[in-house]
Ligand binder design. Structure first.
Ligand code: C2E
Ligand code: CA
Ligand code: CA
Ligand code: CA
Length: 274
């Protein structure tokens, strides 16, 4: 599926660069996809690094294209953002993920969290109502919803961003800073914004524990995050050695291929909530 995703990416981008009409074509395809319900959410579990308990999952979108097959988000999220279609797509993701989260909490009787990626384009005043409706319609407890934003979201128009973040906090959802460390002036954001979780970018994890620079950066990030009371999550955990290192420097949660790839809803349910 991953390979297929890459091919699609190439197919889309090269054609796109050559012709504006091709771009328009994809945009039309995306509109059709929304109308025909061609999107699907995969879920990747997150674990407590110390005891290996399931603590939550991240919803990751896929496009079941009638001819192309499974298309990965990197191949269509950027264009969805440029065209504004991400608003509709993102609303669907929120609703769908909240429904699933509510179902899983009732099945397991444990407070597993549901993390949802929210792009900078969605980060506007209407988002507050979209989140509120998704929670109400699904019955998902607000604390169980984790909204993942990136540093690029925090970079924009600081006052308005602060207000929006506060309104989301008032609803009771958790806020997570995704891909941490890849942007800049990251540390200042931790002081300025009232966040709940920090996800350390895979770039710092992949060469652990041998790369001394990445080891230093990772443990520094973890220390600072804990100073601000954030839960730390390591992304892209692929080896037991990484888990050992991360647990040793106090990282709380992990997510990655070592545990599980993103999987379809049915598979997730069978494995974790049967
Ligand atoms: P992300 O939010 O950083 O999501 C993590 C990505 O890393 C996922 O790729 C996941 O499959 C991959 N991954 C997880 N564990 C490992 C690992 O151990 N090794 C490696 N090599 N990769 C791992 P995916 O699903 O292709 O998603 C790519 C990006 O697309 C996401 O990055 C996110 O930025 C975006 N995206 C996905 N779903 C949504 C969505 O519903 N809305 C928005 N706005 N963006 C989304
Ligand atoms: Ca994410
Ligand atoms: Ca990430
Ligand atoms: Ca990323």
């Amino acid at each position: 599926a991953k390979m297929q995703g890459r091919n699609n990416y190439q197919f889309f981008t090269t054609e796109m660069n050559h012709q504006a009409s091709q771009r328009l074509h994809i945009e039309t395809e995306l509109r059709k996809a929304i109308k025909n319900n061609e999107f699907e959410l995969f879920y990747q579990p997150q674990f407590d690094l110390k005891n290996n308990q399931l603590v939550g999952c991240e919803a990751l979108i896929r496009w079941q294209h009638p001819e192309q097959g499974l298309v990965s988000p990197d191949a269509f999220i950027p264009l969805s953002e440029e065209t504004g279609l991400i608003i509709q797509v993102g609303r669907w993701v929120l609703q769908q993920a909240c429904m699933q989260g509510a179902k899983w909490i009732s099945l397991s009787q444990t407070m597993v969290t549901m993390s949802v990626n929210v792009s900078v384009r969605q980060f506007r005043p209407e988002l507050v109502d979209e989140v509120r409706s998704a929670l109400m319609e699904s019955g998902l407890p607000p604390r169980a919803l984790v909204i993942e934003i990136t540093e690029s979201t925090l970079m924009h128009d600081e006052e308005a961003t602060l207000v929006l973040l506060q309104e989301l906090k008032n609803i009771g959802v958790q806020l997570s800073l995704d891909d941490f460390g890849t942007g800049y002036s990251s540390m200042a954001y931790l002081k300025r914004f009232n966040l709940d979780q920090l996800k350390i970018d895979r770039a710092f994890i992949s060469d652990l524990p041998n790369d001394k620079d990445d080891a230093a950066i990772t443990s520094a990030i973890i220390d600072v995050a804990h100073h601000f009371g954030l839960v730390t999550v390591a992304e892209g955990v692929e080896t037991p050695e990484q888990v050992a290192f991360l647990a040793n420097v106090g990282c709380v949660e992990g997510q990655g291929f070592l545990y599980e790839k993103p999987i379809p809803v049915g598979v997730f349910e069978e494995k974790y909530f049967a």
